[in-house]
Design a protein around this ligand. Structure first.
Ligand SMILES: *Cc1c(COP(=O)(O)O)cnc(C)c1O
Length: 381
């Protein structure tokens, strides 16, 4: 029986079909890099060499595919390796539209490599279809979407972008790391490729790096992604693939709690003097709330906010918490935050009083107390 319920899919989607009786329920880790050839030579579908396929990676790809309702998935050794594979499906001279508040690593990838790869790129306001239309060229071949964007939480209407892209022969790629398949399935709206940093919510414990691309359909586009995966070789190890399958089995329940804690904390923060603005798409006051509500089942575990007293106060706040650790990244069971501009460096376009908070699974009252005392400490000293 194949379930469509995410809780069941997450648990059973990566359990290997066992042939023998009395076999282990939880799949083992297959470390062998090589497989014995059949007597009559290599047959189609046989395992050969673990850069090409590995049972743990196949299990991971299978559950990722089911979670995102895709036709095929490719797992990578990092989120950025997955992103890289998608840009490498393009050809010399192709034009790409990228959100101006894109994940900093994607911006950096484009800054350092787009010229060498012969790609034309434009960073645009992805909340505004008119801006996108004006930036479109004859050679526009891909549009990259993050919604909410990182770190300013701008919301893009995914369905409207797919409609726009269809007659223009433009590939729509969505980095779904922040919403996660628990809150949104971009393929429901006709998106071609979904990208994940599995390092974040899917891994969920801040102890592995990984990435994935899931395709709406098999065919030439996904064949190119697959060729970057196996020919360029940025594949995850069997151990990382196994760890990730293990984490994914509890992911829906973790995500439910991330959603709940973040929405409660965001609402609490709007009442605190000293916080100028809270960016969380679940707040009715958020400019993208209506669209977010239409395309997401819940609003995720990330909150960004501006500290009224400015950059030094924001930095001090981050250093003054007790439970919430100062660290980069997101999606783990522990709450962390950072002064985002400091992490991004001098080329950052993030407001200098912005703190990015990844809300973990601690008790909500402890998080409220910690946040408030950290906010008050720079104001009183
Ligand atoms: C972290 C992140 C990435 C990069 O993933 P890595 O696993 O660090 O390579 C890409 N996109 C988004 C939205 C992210 O948050």
């Amino acid at each position: 029986m194949k379930s469509t319920h995410i809780e069941t899919v997450a648990i059973h989607g990566s359990m290997r079909a066992q042939k023998a009786e009395n076999s282990p329920i939880v799949p083992g880790i297959e470390l062998s890099t090589i497989y014995e050839h059949a007597k009559d030579g290599h047959r189609e579908g046989d395992l050969k060499y673990s850069r090409l396929q590995n049972p743990n990676r196949l299990e991971l790809e299978s559950v990722l595919c089911d979670l995102e309702k895709g036709a095929e998935a490719a797992a990578f050794s990092s989120g950025i390796a997955a992103i890289n594979s998608v840009f490498q499906t393009l050809s010399h001279g192709d034009h790409v539209l990228i959100p101006n508040d894109v994940y900093f690593g994607t911006r950096k990838l484009m800054w350092e490599f787009s010229d060498r790869w012969g790609l034309e790129i434009d960073f645009v306001d992805m909340t505004n279809l008119e801006v996108i239309e004006a930036a479109t060229k004859k050679n526009t071949r891909m549009i990259w979407i993050e919604t909410p964007s990182n770190p300013q939480m701008f919301i893009t209407d995914v369905e409207a972008m797919v409609k726009w892209a269809v007659d223009r022969n433009v590939v729509v790629a969505v980095d779904n790391t922040w919403p996660t398949p628990f809150n949104m399935n971009p393929i429901d709206f006709g998106v071609d490729l979904v990208i994940h940093s599995t390092t974040k919510y899917l891994g969920g414990h801040s102890d592995l790096i990984g990435g994935a691309v899931i395709a709406k359909e098999s065919g030439p586009l996904m064949d190119r992604v697959r060729s970057v995966q196996v020919v360029q070789g940025g594949v995850p190890s069997p151990f990382d693939a196994w760890m990730l399958c293990r984490s994914i089995r509890s992911f829906p329940y973790r995500m439910r709690a991330h959603n709940e804690n973040a929405s409660q904390l965001a609402a609490f923060m709007t009442s605190l003097p000293g916080i100028e603005e809270v960016f969380y798409p679940g707040l009715v006051s958020h400019p993208g709330h209506k669209i977010a509500k239409a395309q997401m089942r819940a609003f995720g575990g990330m909150i960004s906010f501006l500290v009224s007293a400015g950059e030094p106060a924001a930095k001090k706040m981050v250093a003054s918490s007790r439970i919430i650790k100062a660290a980069t990244s997101l999606g783990g069971i522990e709450s962390i935050w950072e002064h985002r501009k400091s992490t991004e460096g001098p080329l950052s376009q993030t407001p200098n009083n912005l703190i990015r908070l990844s809300v973990g699974l601690e008790h909500i009252e402890d998080l409220k107390v910690d946040l408030q005392q950290a906010l008050e400490s720079p104001l009183t000293t």
